[in-house]
Design a protein around this ligand. Structure first.
Ligand SMILES: [Zn+2]
Length: 648
């Protein structure tokens, strides 16, 4: 799921080189016109110079985050700036984790600065998120207080039960020192609280990061969490869980993670890390979502949901884990370098998010956590979701990617206004997989597309050029022109001819008109934000009961509203009673109930073709496993075919 910040190691190295060349532009340019001997002499001199610069640049930027008042959600941050320019500017990021402007400076209560001798320095606000410091030649100490009470994997929170930080929402950075190494400490920890983070540990409370981007790509949990670990496929994995002990089974989670990790690493044939951390929160209240990082993920799921539908944990985890490649390392150009001061646009979120979901389905299948029936049911459900949104005819997958920055607005989330780049992107991933197989006669698949992008972009420290970069990779492995696919379905809004794509795997779509329960309202939520009523059907029972657009739904059928509410409502039949608890705009709560109406609606189902040839079955087996139909796959194909036949 969402989202990113920070950059991969390789990217950082490249950015560092560019910055050096910018600063020393003369020596960098001169190199081109010198002879070999001069070039070698210059290289030696440059080496000496860069060595000296590196030593100087090693003076780290130092942060201290003091948990001064958990009950009041207050932290105090201290930044020690090493000696440098006489004037420095400090920036508080305006966005992080979600592709939304959230202006974290709103939570800064006060800020002050002094020099190393204790003399007060002038610090002037120059825009809502930036400050200018004077007299900093000999360094400075900046302090500010922040209110942090935004729960969940996309937030930063200090409470009396724990702290969880996305550090970009807490830490300002000197704009001239994004590449400077960093030391960070967490102090004033309540008794028995410990720190868990993928950051490099220096001591009890000290951590290091090679630069700001890497620092803020490392979530931090502080509290009384449970911990476990395991080794798999050559990597070391830590699991950190902040939840009531009765609400989960660490052994079961460990065994699922092991399968997911092994399946993903073997599918990519790559493991670009030594250690990786899974950080889970299972709140009793609403909670749903995961946030990817290069060396970790933070996932929040409602405790009840973890118990009742364990598949959700596997599904979210597979998605977030695959992000360590797709989006963190296989990264679109529009997101690099990260600009924390404004929106960062890319047309490729359909790929970075949606195709991550496509692969997550493959990983779960390969891990033995889902079967063919579940895979196809999920695909049909995604098709139904897209087809039911009228905006699939007016907003393309690329436009939806650009418009991610509007998702915080409930009007934008209406089905008439927008599609989801997760939803259409996942479907595009599945159809692109089939298109590549068709074009290459089964010799290549989505797996080869991702591996090609990993080899040609991620491992080279390069970023791909949005949808064009995906097309380049797909055409390279398929040896075919896939232009029409990208023009019609990625950049355009043409109806996807499902049957044409699905024929090669012996499937077709059937639309079924069902009397479906109609609760009379539409609702959506902003990532893990509250569920908000976005529409109420005129004349419906919901309207008669008094439901209003803008109401926040706290509970549905007596359960906390969240990601699982959709399934909760789907279980209702016409004539049943829907019960909701609401919070109005001014904060008062009220309860409503009304009878569910019925209405006719189209549902998309996947069925076998009347005649499924052995060729189609073989293609289907390879497709489900996410493998090309090479010579080495015969045994796997045979196994899949056996399973497939058994089910029919
Ligand atoms: Zn994601």
């Amino acid at each position: 799921m969402p989202r990113n910040s920070g950059t991969s190691d390789r990217a950082t190295t490249q950015a560092g080189t560019d910055a050096f060349c910018r600063e020393r532009s003369r020596s960098c340019l001169d190199k081109r016109s010198y002879g070999l001997r001069q070039l070698l002499a210059l290289a030696a001199a440059t080496f000496l110079f860069s060595h000296a610069t590196r030593v100087q640049a090693q003076t780290p930027l130092s942060y201290t985050v003091a948990l001064v008042s958990p009950a009041e959600h207050l932290v105090q941050v201290q930044i020690v700036l090493p000696a440098g320019q006489p004037e420095r500017e400090l920036q508080m990021p305006v966005w992080n984790a979600l592709y939304q402007i959230r202006d974290f400076s709103q939570f800064v209560n006060w800020i002050r600065a002094r020099d190393n001798a204790g003399k007060v320095l002038n610090i002037a606000e120059i825009d809502k998120s930036r400050w200018r410091l004077s007299d900093t030649l000999n360094g400075a100490v900046v302090e500010y207080q922040m209110y942090l009470d935004s729960p969940g994997p996309f937030g930063a929170q200090l409470s009396s039960t724990h702290a969880f930080f996305n550090l970009a929402q807490v830490l300002m950075y000197p704009i001239d020192s994004r590449a400077t190494p960093i030391r960070i400490r967490f102090t004033h920890l309540p008794q028995n609280w410990r720190v868990a983070t993928p950051l490099q540990s220096l001591s009890e409370s000290g951590y290091a990061a090679e630069n700001y981007d890497r620092l803020v790509d490392s979530p931090v949990e502080i509290g009384t969490f449970q911990e476990s670990d395991f080794d798999e496929s050559g990597g070391h994995f830590r699991i950190v869980v902040d939840a009531e002990p009765d609400d989960y089974d660490m052994q079961k989670i460990t065994s699922e993670l092991r399968k997911i990790v092994a399946a993903a690493i073997s599918w990519m044939d790559d493991r670009p890390f030594d250690t990786y951390m899974f950080l889970y929160h299972f709140p009793r209240g609403p909670g749903g979502g995961g946030m990817e990082h290069a060396y970790s993920t933070a996932i929040d799921l409602n405790a009840e949901q973890v118990k009742q539908s364990p598949a959700t944990l596997a599904s979210v985890t597979a998605h977030e884990f695959f992000h360590l490649w797709n989006v963190k390392r296989i990264r679109p150009l529009g997101l690099e370098p990260v600009d924390y001061s404004r929106e960062n646009y890319t047309r490729a979120l359909w790929f970075s998010e949606g195709v991550t979901s496509t692969v997550a389905e493959t990983i779960q299948f390969r891990a033995g956590l889902t079967n063919e029936r579940e895979y196809l049911y999920h695909l049909a459900d995604q098709i139904t979701e897209l087809e039911r949104r009228p905006a699939h005819l007016t907003q393309s997958a690329e436009e939806s990617s650009l418009d991610a920055w509007l998702e915080g607005n409930s009007y934008y989330r209406r089905p008439e206004r927008s599609i989801s780049y997760y939803n259409k992107g996942e479907l595009l991933g599945m159809m692109l997989d089939l298109a590549v197989r068709d074009a290459s006669h089964g010799a290549a698949s989505l797996r080869e597309v991702l591996q090609w992008m990993n080899a040609h972009y991620a491992q080279q420290g390069r970023f791909f050029n949005g949808s064009d970069g995906v097309r380049e990779a797909a055409e390279a492995v398929a040896h075919a022109d896939l232009g029409p696919f990208f023009t019609k379905y990625v950049a355009g809004t043409e109806e996807i001819p499902w049957d044409e794509f699905l024929r090669s795997v012996g499937l077709h779509i059937e639309t079924v008109s069902n009397t479906v329960p109609d609760t009379g309202f539409g609702a959506s939520h902003n990532s893990d934000g509250p569920l908000a009523v976005t529409s109420v059907e005129p004349g419906s029972s919901a309207e008669h009961a008094g439901l209003l657009v803008g109401d926040i739904i706290v509970e549905i059928q007596g359960k906390p509203a969240g990601q699982e509410s959709r399934q909760e409502l789907a279980r209702l039949n016409p004539g049943d009673t829907v019960r909701v608890k609401l919070r109005e705009r001014h904060g008062a709560e009220r309860e409503l109930q009304w009878k569910v109406d019925g209405r006719q609606e189209l549902t998309y189902e996947l069925r076998d073709l009347a005649q499924v040839t052995s060729e189609q079955r073989a293609r289907r087996g390879a497709w489900l496993k996410g493998e090309a139909q090479g010579a080495g796959q015969t045994k796997a194909d045979a196994e899949i075919r056996a399973v497939t036949n058994e089910k029919r």
